[in-house]
Design a protein around this ligand. Structure first.
Ligand code: CTP
Length: 454
């Protein structure tokens, strides 16, 4: 009888949430095996929301996942390890120095033997410890030792969440490749209202499914080789612009800029390695065409726009070219020094903005439109303004002042600026920036298609 009374209630929850869940690709109870064979390491932090982690384990197991649970000391004050043993069907780990655990399965092994590490709830203190690379208990040691991606579901008081220290920690973790789901806005256990509530278990399940659909191994640290992209963009179409444009003054002279095309070409190459069908529209550069990429060579901004439009439709457009903002009213013949006896004046006309044109297409707009912002000061401020003005989804902003050495150099230090977040990456090889960016775009595309804010 009790079981009967229970299930109709669950059905109701599913039907209330069905639109959201369908759009997020969450399995219904009957199509339960979406995580079949996946191994998840769930780290439970010490917050009131720990009770929701119990339901999360149940939902994950329903979908066929194997869940190993690690609890912090604080978590055990809110829920008992026994409940997790019952729900996960596995023993629960909580002790960094347990001799029996080390004998059965060392903590390094535990950190590697998973497809994804999930932290739910991620309390402010746990977020801070992870961001600072502390390893003072089993949970944080595992997070430091793992080679797998981590997905954090924060839960804390709204002031703790909004505190600059927490926001700094979150930005650091994002830059390290950590993903987040939530927190949500709502009434909290402490009675206050605002952002800080842990996402509901089904939303965390959806985020786990999305994370597992893309590359889940962390890129190797600098110098140890490239991240694997594992077909993250198989079946996708990607159009990339790269290099400078050249705007003729007369048949022998032109105006242009210092762009080398290295970053744009590296992005096209990385997208191709991720399995995408890539068209690279390149201005004049001294680089070889990347392998496996369809390259269209152009000179002027207007030719670049035409080539991009011809290459559409696409899932992703990346405008990495340094497009000349102006073209010159071109003289039909070579301008002679002796013609007038004075220096000629160049009449400039504004070029079309390729990025804005593609981002604002009424029909056939690529799902993700990504621009670059080459700035010499107030990098983030200008990037945000560009994001709004051009209406693209993401701006990759970088400092191109002469002292930065970015133009023409092999390394780049970028900030990923979207409507709600800023991610700052360390100075990396342009090929590593490209690989990470492509992995990020694959994730965002996936999320956008699941109806989430990319
Ligand atoms: N861009 C473009 N077409 C243009 C100018 C720029 O597609 N005519 C794209 C670039 O490829 C880049 C982004 O817009 O992705 C920003 O380029 P940037 O030169 O930094 O910005 P501008 O719009 O030219 O603004 P400003 O020069 O005033 O900073």
């Amino acid at each position: 009888m009790r079981r009967k009374a229970f299930w109709p209630q669950r059905e109701k929850e599913y039907s209330n949430r069905s639109n959201l869940q369908r759009s997020r690709g969450v399995a219904s109870p009957s199509s339960a095996q979406s995580l079949s064979g996946k191994r998840l390491l769930l780290i439970v932090g010490g917050g009131v929301a720990a009770y929701k982690a119990l339901d999360l384990v149940r939902r994950l197991r329903e979908r066929g996942a194997r869940v190993r649970v690690v609890m912090t000391e604080a978590a055990k004050r809110f829920v008992t390890p026994l409940s997790f043993v019952g729900l996960s069907g596995e023993r629960v780990h909580d002790d960094l120095f347990s001799p029996t655990d080390e004998q059965e399965m060392g903590h390094i092994q535990l950190s590697r033997d998973a497809d994804l590490v999930v932290v739910a709830p991620a309390t402010a203190h746990l977020v801070a410890r992870i961001a600072h690379g502390l390893a003072d208990d089993l949970a944080t040691t595992l997070l430091l030792a793992t080679d797998k991606r981590a997905l954090l579901a924060p839960a804390m008081n709204l002031r703790m969440w909004l505190h600059p220290a927490t926001q700094r920690n979150v930005a650091t973790l994002r830059a390290d490749g950590v993903s987040f789901v939530g927190p949500e806005e709502g009434e909290m256990a402490c009675g206050e209202f605002g952002p800080g509530r842990m996402s509901e278990p089904l939303d965390i399940v959806a985020a786990i499914e999305a994370a597992l659909a893309s590359e889940t191994r962390l890129p190797l640290p600098d110098g140890l080789g490239e991240a694997r992209l594992d077909g993250a963009l198989t079946g996708r179409r990607v159009v990339v612009t790269s290099g400078p444009t050249q705007e003729p003054i007369d048949p022998v002279r032109y105006i242009s800029n210092r762009s080398s095309g290295k970053q744009g070409h590296a992005i096209a190459a990385a997208a191709a390695r991720a399995g995408a069908q890539v068209t690279l529209v390149s201005g004049p550069v001294a680089l070889a065409d990347p392998a496996g990429v369809d390259v269209r060579h152009v000179e002027t901004a207007r030719e670049m726009l035409a080539a991009v439009e011809q290459a559409l439709p696409a899932d992703i457009f990346v405008g990495a070219a340094a497009v000349a903002d102006w073209r010159v009213e071109t003289a039909p013949d070579k301008i002679k020094k002796s013609a007038t006896g004075r220096s000629p004046e160049l009449v400039l006309r504004e070029n079309p903005d390729i990025l804005a044109t593609i981002a604002q297409r009424a029909q056939g707009r690529p799902r993700l439109v990504v621009g670059f912002a080459a700035e010499t000061r107030d990098v983030i401020g200008h990037a945000r303004a560009k994001l709004d003005r051009k209406r693209c989804d993401l701006i990759v902003a970088n400092d191109v002042s002469v002292s930065s050495g970015v133009f023409g150099g092999d390394r780049n230090e970028v900030h990923l600026v979207s409507g709600s977040t800023i991610e700052s990456w360390p100075r990396l090889d342009k090929s590593e920036v490209a690989t990470r960016l492509v992995a990020r775009l694959a994730e965002r595309l996936q999320r956008a298609e699941l109806g989430e804010t990319p």
